[in-house]
Design a protein around this ligand. Structure first.
Ligand code: HEM
Length: 180
């Protein structure tokens, strides 16, 4: 909750810099991405010894969904004043909006099935639904690349891609060695 509390505080004391809307969008976007990565790596951290982190897995995922929803709402409010027709046109005009929307839409089935009842009812399908996290992260990173391409600044997107590949291969390695 700290990033959202920090944001509310900064709004209250009017410390959002020269462009408050941009600040809010970026703050929520960054935390959406950070929490996606945290959710994605929980199984790895647990495989390498910190088992208790699995208890927080659902919470990380749902918080990530919360920040993504706030980021999306802020975008619709600031850039399109809730005019959905304009938003839909924007989705097909700007690639970074397209990939962000795709990533955000894919998080909906995960959030809806992040409860014990769905886990019991869906069984095998549940795993398949939640493996969508791979696509979500790829689309979210693509969104980030397109966004940063406007400034020709690829440091963080590249750093996060390397981190993603590292997490991915460590997960695979552990799978082949231990079969878990
Ligand atoms: C999984 C979903 C998403 C993630 C993880 C995400 C993440 C991010 C990140 C990390 C940034 C860059 C912040 C920076 O410049 O440092 C960003 C920027 C932005 N995102 Fe997203 N995003 C997502 C979905 C969306 C959606 C659905 C929209 C709108 C339809 C959107 C609109 C924007 C906009 C407009 C910016 C630029 C803000 C600015 O610089 O003025 N994002 N996002």
């Amino acid at each position: 909750m700290i990033p959202i509390i920090e944001l509310i505080y900064l709004v209250q004391v009017q410390q959002l810099g020269a462009n408050p809307q941009e600040f809010i969008l970026r703050h929520l976007g960054i935390w959406s991405l950070v929490l996606l990565f945290v959710s994605y790596s929980t199984s790895l951290v647990s495989l390498y010894g910190v088992k208790s982190v699995m208890n927080c897995r659902r919470m990380f995922g749902l918080f990530s969904f919360f920040y993504i929803s706030c980021h999306f709402l802020a975008f619709i409010a600031f850039e399109h004043s809730f005019v959905m027709r304009d938003f839909v046109l924007d989705v097909f005009n700007r690639p970074f909006v397209f990939f962000g929307t795709l990533a955000a839409l894919l998080t909906v089935p995960l959030a809806l099935t992040s409860n014990n009842l769905s886990l019991r009812l869906l069984r095998g399908i549940w795993k398949k639904i939640h493996s969508l996290i791979n696509l979500i992260i790829i689309f979210a990173l693509t969104h980030y690349y397109f966004h940063k391409s406007a400034k020709n600044d690829f440091f963080w997107p590249v750093a996060l891609t390397i981190l993603l590949l590292l997490i991915f291969f460590l997960k695979k390695k552990r799978f082949f060695v231990k079969g878990v």
